[in-house]
Design a protein around this ligand. Structure first.
Ligand code: NAD
Ligand code: TYD
Length: 354
């Protein structure tokens, strides 16, 4: 068995963004052990990682980030010098139904990891780092003008964003109180392969495929700034290796879309890829009751990471959407596996009983 001098603990690596980060790190850093700690909730899926699961520098551990004993044991067993923390409850609509679950994983889970880093690394913080993967949603909601910068005050508006904001505050507090080296990035909406079909883009693609109505909240006028997930994974790699400790970097696609225009675009590309007549799926679009407290607009000013670290998104929106839709069309077995009875129950609760 190969032994390693260095290990990175990635949490939530079986989820959407985490799986792209794990893949990138396992392939790019063969001399570093990449430990993926994931509880495999409804959103976690080891099918996302079958291409790297046999690599010598990859170790999957099924477990909860709130399990203090387990987290400490990972630090005792492996030379962990960095944590890249993605594990989270991540869906705003679920946070509206069940906020406590979000406080558990997103706040208590984060503090459990921070304690392990502080206690295990104490006296020797050199070369160590706790990297918190956060969201632009902690900044609240924008009007039609302006952008979120790293100096925008936190103003979270949903239980999800409040729990992520709480976690970010703890990370900074551990930096200030215990000198724990940290990094935080706040990223805009991601899309791409492996995203669970409860979020707007994969839900729309799945519904088009199954001739199901496409639920658009309110008037579809809310705006999101979309980034291809592989570009986010590249940014995480860059920040982890080159970012200044104690700094925050905003990551975004500079790619704002009104939901309704995005949904039309998804219909058109999917119909084309399926060889259907143009406009076929438009009839599925249905305006439904708005999300409670629905943030109007998110838009990121990512000039800091662009200017200081030289990061840029590489995937245009049209290319990224086409790749994403094609991926879902080619992986209907993946969709079939994740759309369990639990998903149907959630779907009924969220969309059919309102
Ligand atoms: P996801 O819901 O697809 O995946 C989350 C993963 O965390 C799953 O594999 C799940 O099994 C795991 N997990 C959940 N609770 C856990 C626990 N208690 N212990 C261990 N593992 C647990 O989420 P995602 O969209 O990939 O988001 C990943 C991170 O990036 C989150 O922290 C999220 O806040 C942040 N983020 C997401 C977006 C986005 O657009 N998706 C944008 C910015 C930031
Ligand atoms: P989502 O993918 O849940 O991401 P977030 O809320 O974190 O930005 O939603 C993206 C946008 O799409 C958001 O404005 C809510 C809207 N939306 C719908 O209109 N219909 C849906 O079924 C979903 C899931 C989202």
């Amino acid at each position: 068995m190969k032994t390693f001098d260095n290990a990175i603990l990635i949490t939530g690596g079986a989820g959407f963004i985490g799986s792209h980060v794990v893949r990138l790190f396992v392939n790019k850093y063969p001399d570093t052990l990449i430990i993926n700690l994931d509880k495999l909730t409804y959103a976690g899926n080891l099918e996302n990682l079958t291409d790297i699961e046999d690599k010598k520098n990859y170790l999957f551990v099924k477990g909860d980030i709130m399990d203090e004993k387990l987290v400490i044991s990972l630090f005792e067993q492996h030379p962990v010098t960095g944590v890249i923390h993605l594990a989270a409850e991540s869906h705003v609509d679920r946070s509206i139904t069940n906020p406590l679950e979000f406080i558990g994983t997103n706040v208590i889970g984060t503090v459990t990891l921070l304690n392990a880093c502080r206690d295990h690394w104490k006296n020797n913080f050199k070369g160590k780092c706790f990297y918190q993967i956060s969201t632009d949603e902690v900044y609240g909601s924008l009007g039609p003008e302006g952008y979120f910068t790293e100096d925008t005050p936190y103003d979270p508006q949903s239980p999800y964003s409040a729990s992520k904001a709480g976690a970010d505050h703890f990370v900074r507090a551990y930096g200030n109180t215990y000198n724990l080296p940290f990094l935080i990035t706040n990223c805009s909406n991601n899309y791409g392969p492996n995203q669970f079909p409860e979020k707007l883009i994969p839900l729309t693609i799945n519904n088009i495929l199954h001739n199901r109505l496409i639920p658009v909240y309110g008037k579809g006028e809310n705006i999101r700034d979309w980034l291809y997930v592989v570009d986010h994974a590249r940014a995480i790699d860059l920040v982890y290796h080159k970012g200044d400790k104690g700094e925050t970097y905003n990551i975004g696609g500079n790619n704002e879309w009104k939901n309704i225009n995005l949904v039309y675009q998804l219909c058109d590309i999917t119909d084309k890829l399926l060889g259907r007549a143009a406009g076929t799926s438009h009839k599925l679009i249905t305006f439904v009751k708005d999300r409670a407290g629905h943030d109007l607009r998110y838009a990121i000013d990512s000039s800091k990471i662009r200017n200081t670290l030289g990061w840029m998104p590489e995937t245009s929106f049209e290319e990224g959407l086409t790749k994403t839709i094609q991926w879902y069309l080619d992986h209907q077995d993946w969709l079939h596996h994740v759309l369990t009875g639990e998903y149907e129950k959630y779907y009924e609760q969220q969309y059919l009983k309102r």
